[in-house]
Ligand binder design. Structure first.
Ligand code: NI
Length: 385
């Protein structure tokens, strides 16, 4: 298939995915559409019983490693505010994180590899993963045995801080560990005019919220990026009753494993002891999410060199305290998470976020090249396609 035909097909697919966003674990039509396009190109789909998402495989005709490419496929509960002719047809749902681009570039990459199987060394599994936005969708894929023989994994993300098609990569940390906490402060409810008859959990909760910020300022190594945000606080039902409990939840973001442990320990201590000082009690729940993503140095260097050789604009990848469940795969094998410029514009998760579709074919070519050249063979048949 020539570049022009593939470009047209990718654009049309991208418009369709953008018009039909589906939330995490609900990506049924999305999965069907991916299956339909891949099957039309004769690409094999592995027979896993995933409710949503699928894994395609391209078997090279030469010996080589088993690699994977992860593409996440879910959308967000956001009302789209763009004027694009292909804007979301689903009220309150939008591909505002560029996963529609991830799907399309993943398809483009699979098609290019399939067409170049005679030059491909080893096997490439393209994972169309559900529910990245929950931070847990990768675990659905990991419940299958698909990753068991995979030696290296590649991931990528839309990057609206760079011009369309720019390849940004760096070694080391790229996204943070994403942990969640829930603290319940238990007091004794009473009349608003007689706090002496109860234990008011609200001042205790306020003190806990203030004290939690001391973890980043006083406990964590100042050279390690991290943060704690209390994002929800709730207590009481009316103005003249002191409630029996106050609840707060939030998120902790860290890059280093040791900081993750430190935060959990200090968070529990601060909640319990501060509450105690107010005569109340605290119960803390710590809900771990994915660890930090870490780019393998050799893979990252390879990627930067390849991008330059192929004439792509390159940039240094910004690290972020956002997260990606791609890190769950990297607990098992080395990986590299690349940012691909989608045109400078609104940030991801913004209702006017948009991808410039001319980057779809170059992104597909770059990802295909990455997998093909990394597997060995000395030349890159996708450089000119
Ligand atoms: Ni995303």
């Amino acid at each position: 298939m020539g570049g022009k035909d593939l470009e047209r097909e990718l654009r049309e697919a991208f418009y369709w995915f953008h018009e039909h966003p589906e939330l995490s674990y609900e990506e049924v039509r999305t999965t069907e559409k991916i299956r339909e396009i891949l099957s039309a190109h004769g690409i094999e789909i592995l027979p896993y019983r995933l409710e949503t998402g699928l894994v395609a495989v391209i078997r090279g005709e030469q010996e080589g490693p088993v690699q994977a490419l992860r593409c996440d496929i879910d959308a967000l509960p956001i009302e789209e505010e763009t004027k694009l002719p292909y804007r979301s047809k689903e009220p309150g749902r939008m591909h505002a994180c560029g996963h529609d681009m991830h799907i399309t570039a993943g398809i483009g990459c699979a098609v290019l590899l399939q067409e170049n199987r005679s030059n491909l060394r080893g096997t490439v599994k393209v994972i169309f993963q559900p529910a990245e936005e929950t931070s847990l969708g990768a675990l659905k894929i990991l419940e299958t045995d698909v990753m068991e023989d995979v030696e290296k994994i590649w991931g990528f993300h839309a990057d609206p801080t760079n011009a369309a098609g720019t390849i940004a990569v760096r070694e080391g940390f790229v996204t943070a560990a994403v942990d969640r906490f829930l603290i319940t402060i238990k007091g004794i409810g009473c009349h608003g005019a007689h706090p002496d008859n109860g234990i008011d959990p609200i001042p205790a909760a306020a003190a806990v919220i203030q004290a939690l910020q001391s973890i980043v300022g006083r406990n964590v190594n100042a050279f390690h990026p991290s943060l704690l945000s209390v994002t929800r606080v709730s207590a009481g039902t009316t103005w003249n009753v002191i409630p029996a409990e106050a609840v707060m939840e939030g998120t902790v973001r860290t890059m280093e494993r040791e900081d993750r442990e430190l935060y959990e320990k200090r968070l529990r201590e601060i909640a319990e002891k501060t509450a105690q000082a107010y005569g109340a009690e605290a119960e803390t729940e710590w809900i771990p999410g994915p660890p930090a993503t870490w780019n393998d140095k050799e893979m990252a260097d390879f990627c930067t060199n390849l991008a330059s050789e192929m004439g792509f604009q390159t940039a240094v990848e910004e690290s972020s305290l956002g997260g990606d469940d791609f890190a769950f795969y990297e607990e098992k094998i080395p990986g590299c998470y690349i940012k691909i410029g989608t045109g400078i514009g609104h940030p991801i998760h913004h209702p006017a976020f948009a991808v410039e579709p001319e980057m779809l074919l170059p992104a597909s070519r770059f990802l295909g090249s990455c997998l093909m050249v990394y597997a060995g063979g000395g030349f890159n048949p996708l450089a000119e396609s």
